[in-house]
Every structure is written in C-alpha cells, then in structure tokens.
Ligand binder design. Structure first.
Ligand SMILES: [Zn+2]
Ligand SMILES: [Zn+2]
Length: 299
C-alpha cells in the first residue's frame, strides 16, 4: 500500500552544475501538503519530471544562504506563477527560513520587478499568484503546523562564519523525517534525529592525498565525513539513513573518491540500512521506509 508521507530527492548535488545531480532540493509530501527544502538549480525541472505543478508547493523551507541552495528560487516562484491559473489555486509564494529570507525575497522581487509588471499588464496574470510571504526564525522550534504536519527547524553547524544554518524535522501521522541541511558533525542532528523513520544527511569525501591542500581542508571543515555521518546514523538509529548533498572533492591531479569508498567509510561506523541518494529517488514512509528510483517509477 502506498503511503501519503513521501520524500523525494530532487537535487542531491552541490555547486557543480552536473546534469546527474542537480542543486540541493528535497520534496516532502505529507497528506495533501507539499514542501520543498531548499531550491537549488533545476528544482523546477525535477518537479516537472514528476508531473507536479510548481505552484502546488505549500511552502519552501530554506536551510541556509549558500547560493547553490537558493538559485532555483526565482525559477520556482516566477515560472510557478505562469502555471498558476491552470494548475493550482492562486496563492502567494510562501517562504520559511532563518533570518535572511526576507532580504533575499524582497531583493528578488526588486530584481524581477519589470518582468512582474509586464506579465501583470500583458498576460493579465493574477497579482496574488506572484505575491510572496516570508516567515523568518532565529532559534530552534516549530516553524509550521497545519493539518497534522509539524515542521521543526534546528540549528546545525556549517562553519564559524556560515550562519545561520539549520536542518529540519517533519512530523506527520506519528512518523518523521529529518534533513540535516549543510553541517559538520553536530549534536543537534542527533537530538532531533533520534528514532526518526528517515534521516537524510549531507556528506563530503576526499581521497587522503588531497587532504594536504588548504582548499580541501577548508571545504571538509564545513561538512560531515562518511565516518562521522555513520556515527550520526548509529547514534540516531533511523529506520533508513540516506545521503544527499554529496560533496566529492577532486583536483586536477586527483580524481574524486568513488561511491564504493563512500559506502566503505560509512560502514566503519554504521551497519544499518543506508541509501546513497540519487536525484528523483523517492522514499515512502510507512511501517517501513521503502525506496524507489526514478527509473523504476517509469517502468
Ligand atoms: Zn552550504
Ligand atoms: Zn550546500
């Protein structure tokens, strides 16, 4: 039986403009409500592949303000407006995020002011469909609650100057999913992730010979290694652990580590159920958490 609590990884990548792994974006469907966590490059393309109207997203939840997590926002917002008269009820674009969301969205409204003016006059698009509502928060706590869905934001640690940075926990119908956001090994992920059904965590990996480079050290210091993520999974004990936001570091001379390396290093500290996320991989959360790849969906 299919569950009405589903998570789909729309983008499992990083700033690299890869056609295989789009920018960070995760779709959560709980009952009749839909959420995106971050809107990286290509979020709209992945939603289109799922046949999901862009304007059907109830709220966009932002983790932090690195551009790879936000560069898909104007596309989602404005292209969603174009679709709105036919595809979904016309309503404002709702954004929830740590402090900074208001500045980001008000400047996007300024940046696209001429497009908005033109389409209002020329295409007679409904003004309420391009309106934006933004809610900001500055501490751990519940940031959304409606019809049995509760969204809790919790602070994580993405580095000393990369602030604010948050992860999210979504509870629905007695089940739960946690998404770490970008973070180093962090106790708050353990606090909010203990006993969840699905724990989705970021990860970074570099071959040992790269670790002498200052650039690599700096990037690794902003993220969680596979051994550390395995430790998080062991301590939280989710029904299923999954990786997204896969940071594979490389240089001109040194290739990236492999998926096998990632798995092997995770297995040093965690022996439970694990998936290495792919774009459009879908998790159905019921008594167990089941996994479907996009290719399987199409068959
Ligand atoms: Zn980041
Ligand atoms: Zn990131």
């Amino acid at each position: 039986m299919s569950s009405d609590f589903k998570v789909t990884l729309l983008g499992t990548g990083v700033p690299i403009p890869s056609p295989e792994r789009f920018g960070p974006c995760t779709l959560v469907e709980a009952g009749d409500q839909k959420f995106l966590i971050d809107a990286g490059r290509g979020a709209t393309i992945r939603l289109y592949q799922l046949g999901m109207p862009l304007a059907s997203i109830d709220a966009l939840l932002l983790t932090h303000y690195h551009s790879d997590h936000t560069s898909g926002i104007p596309d989602l917002w404005l292209t969603g407006w174009l679709q709105s008269p036919v595809a979904a009820p016309v309503r404002p674009f709702r954004v929830i995020g740590p402090v900074g969301a208001k500045t980001l969205m008000s400047h996007l409204e300024q940046a696209y002011a001429l497009d908005i003016k033109i389409r209002l006059e020329d295409e007679k698009l409904p003004p309420e469909g391009v309106a934006v509502t933004v809610e900001e928060f500055a501490a751990d706590g519940v940031v959304y609650e409606k019809n049995g869905v509760q969204v809790t934001a919790f602070e994580v640690d993405h580095g000393d100057v990369i602030k604010p940075a948050y992860g999210y926990r979504i509870d629905y119908n007695g089940r739960s999913v946690v998404i770490s956001g970008d973070t180093r090994y962090n106790e708050n992920v353990v606090k909010y992730g203990t006993g969840v059904d699905l724990l989705i965590h970021e990860v970074a990996i570099a071959r040992p010979e790269l670790m002498s480079e200052a650039r690599i050290q700096r990037i690794m210091a902003h993220h969680t290694t596979a051994r550390e993520a395995g430790l998080i999974f062991s301590r939280t004990g989710p029904k299923l652990a999954a990786y997204t936001h896969l940071v594979f570091l490389a240089s001109d001379r040194t290739p990236p580590a492999s998926l096998a390396d990632l798995l092997a290093q995770t297995r040093q500290t965690y022996t439970g159920p694990l998936e290495i996320g792919e774009d459009l991989m879908c998790f159905e959360i019921a008594d167990a958490v089941s996994v479907r790849r996009y290719a399987e969906t199409k068959i």
